[in-house]
Each structure stands twice: as C-alpha cells, then as structure tokens.
Design a protein around this ligand. Structure first.
Ligand code: MRU
Length: 347
C-alpha cells in the first residue's frame, strides 16, 4: 500500500512524499532535504490535505534545524521561530498546519534545559508522535463513521480526504474503507473537484487501489445524481472547523451540502480534533486561500479562458453547521453540530 509521507533515518534524516501533482498517471516520491523543499511541496500541492500538511510541516521543522544541533540554545530557538514562521506561510486555511507548528514550538518552550542537539532529537520525537497519532485518529474516524454507512448504498465525496491527505487512512475515505472492510457494499461517487481535480485524480485512484467501486462525476452533476436516488450519504473532510461547527473544506463542498439538504440526504464531515479552531466563533473568520488564475484558466497546461479575462479562484468554502448532519472525529460523532455540542465533544 502507498505511504503518503515517510521519514528515513534519525533526526538528521529526510522526508519522502508522494508527488501528488503527478497522480494518477505517475507514481513518484520526492525527497525533502530542506525546509524550503517542504514549504514548496505544500505550496504546490505535492503534499496536500489538512492532516498531511500538518505532519509534513512538523518534519519540516526537524529538517530546518538539522544544521543547528551544535549551536547554543538561543541560536537554535531563533532558528526555530524563523522556520516555523516560514512553514506557516505556505498555505493559510488548513489549521492542522498551525496546530502542528504550535505543538513543535511548545515542546521547545517546555524544554529550555536541553542542549540544541537534545532539543532537536526531542523535536524529531514530537514530529513522529504527530505522525503516529494521525494514523490512529484516521482509524478511529473510520470506526465511528462506518456506523453511519449502510450496506448497499451510494455515497458521495468531494475533493480527496483519503490516505493521500493524511499520514494514515484518511478521514472521509477512512469511513468508506472501514465500511468496506466490514463487508458492506458501497459505491462511491467522487466529484472530480475543479480546478485541480483531487477527486478525479486522487480519490478515484485510492478507491481503485483498494477495489472499492468508484464513479467519477463532474462537479456540476451532483444534483442530478442525487435526484436519481444514487446517493444515500455525503461524507467530506475539513480543513478548519470553527467553534460552532461551521466547516471549511475544498471549494464546492458548500454547494454539495446545499444540494444534500435539498434532496434530504445526510451530509457528514469527517475530521480529527486537530482540525477544530476553537479560537474562531464561526466560519466567517476562517481565512480562505486564494490561488492563481492559471489553475482555472490554464488547467493542466491547456488554456480554457481568453487572455485578460478575470478569474476568481478561492481554494476553499465554508459549509454552515446547520447544513451538517454530523461531524465525525476520532472521539465519536457530533450530531447537529453547534457551539454547545462541539464544546462538549472536545472537552
Ligand atoms: O487543496 P487541498 O487538496 O489541500 O484540499 C484538501 C481538502 O479540502 C480536504 O478535503 C481536507 O484537507 C481534508 S483532508 C483529510
């Protein structure tokens, strides 16, 4: 089975990532030897998906400090601040990135007595812990979420919230993998997910690898497929969930949630607790990444928009909590998410 990211060696080793921009036609790993390599891999979506970005950034910190093992602690700490700030500037929406970087910084603050070399080893240990915990969280999300999926049903997902988006089995796709492992027969409809086609390229590839029936549809076909009665549940991932349950995910997710409500289909969000940002009361304050014109106008090298025509390319949107039937986390299921039910669940 494929491994989205893995580390080779001790604290002085390097990070290997599947280059997701090449899938599904080419399977190739890249090696990150500098913090800049990790920053660029996140920026251009060679590694993507909220949890995978967080784990990669944690290892990016380890890489960025490798040459500071022999310095005094103040130089080490100054470099740590620089590297975490740099990696935090790669993408703005997925809170797992900031969550992982904050966790790495907190470990350094709590261990002022360590030498730089020992501190670096400790940071490596923390990155490994973030990686291991992510795997566990994915499995737990799959266990809880699979209860919501009935045998013989059709399910829809948007973008890619699979193993390629995490260090483990994924979030939304973990639910499907677990349901399939329990012997349930499901057919997954994968929105192709314009403009970068994470659904067509990545979700379809992952499901095919695991022999789970999958049908790719263009994003604008979802309403019709729902109307035809082919969809019994929608499950997506999330990049950041506000305290009241409003959930940011790949652009187009909000539209799918509206369509699901119109067709009386349950809409589930699957995400680990590291995706919640309790500092934001609601989703309007979630920063939405704006990406380049070329992704829409020159997608995969073919010009599809006339020169000089404006293009708007927000990478994410926010689904209001009132359209979400339940949020599935590694701790269980939050039905009818609200500020109260989210707070109770996470306390
Ligand atoms: O721009 P991307 O490909 O990083 O967007 C990814 C998503 O929107 C995923 O659904 C989300 O990060 C959850 S991944 C478990």
């Amino acid at each position: 089975m494929y491994q989205t990211l893995h580390w080779k060696g001790d604290a002085n080793g390097s990070l290997f990532l599947i280059d997701q921009t090449l899938l599904p036609t080419e399977f190739k790993e890249i090696e990150c030897l500098t913090a800049q390599n990790v920053w660029e891999a996140i920026k251009v979506l060679q590694v993507r998906g909220a949890p995978a970005i967080g784990v990669s950034a944690a290892y990016g910190v380890v890489i960025g400090l490798q040459e500071f093992r022999q310095t005094d602690r103040s130089a080490f700490d100054a470099k740590l601040t620089e590297v975490t700030g740099y990696l935090a500037s790669s993408r703005p929406t997925a809170v797992n990135l900031f969550w992982a970087l904050d966790r790495m910084s907190a470990v350094a603050i709590a261990n002022q007595h360590l030498t730089s070399a020992d501190m670096h080893d400790r940071l490596f240990q923390e990155a490994n812990a973030i990686n291991d915990e992510d795997r566990e969280m994915c499995l737990a999300i799959g266990r809880h979420g699979s209860q919501l999926i009935e045998n013989g049903t059709g399910v829809l997902t948007h973008c890619n919230a699979g193993a390629l988006a995490t260090a483990g089995e994924g979030t939304a796709l973990s639910v499907f993998f677990a349901a399939a492992a329990q012997g349930k027969t499901i057919r997954v409809y994968a929105d192709e997910t314009r403009p970068l086609l994470q659904g067509a390229r990545l979700t379809a590839w992952e499901l095919q690898q695991r022999n789970i029936p999958v049908t790719v549809i263009c994003d604008n076909m979802a309403a019709q497929v729902m109307k035809e009665g082919k969809i019994n549940a929608v499950v997506t991932g999330a990049d950041r969930i506000a305290a009241n349950g409003d959930s940011a995910n790949k652009i187009g997710t909000y539209g799918v949630a509206v369509l699901a409500r119109a067709h009386n289909i349950p809409f589930y969000v699957a995400a680990p607790s590291s995706t919640f940002d309790l500092s934001l009361a609601h989703g309007d304050s979630i920063p939405i990444e704006q990406r380049s014109r070329d992704e829409v106008a020159l997608g995969f090298g073919r010009q599809t928009v006339p020169d000089n025509v404006d293009v708007y390319n927000p990478a994410f949107d926010v689904t209001p909590a009132n359209l979400i039937t339940a949020i599935i986390t590694e701790r269980g299921i939050i039905r009818n998410p609200s500020a109260e039910s989210v707070a109770t669940h996470l306390s």
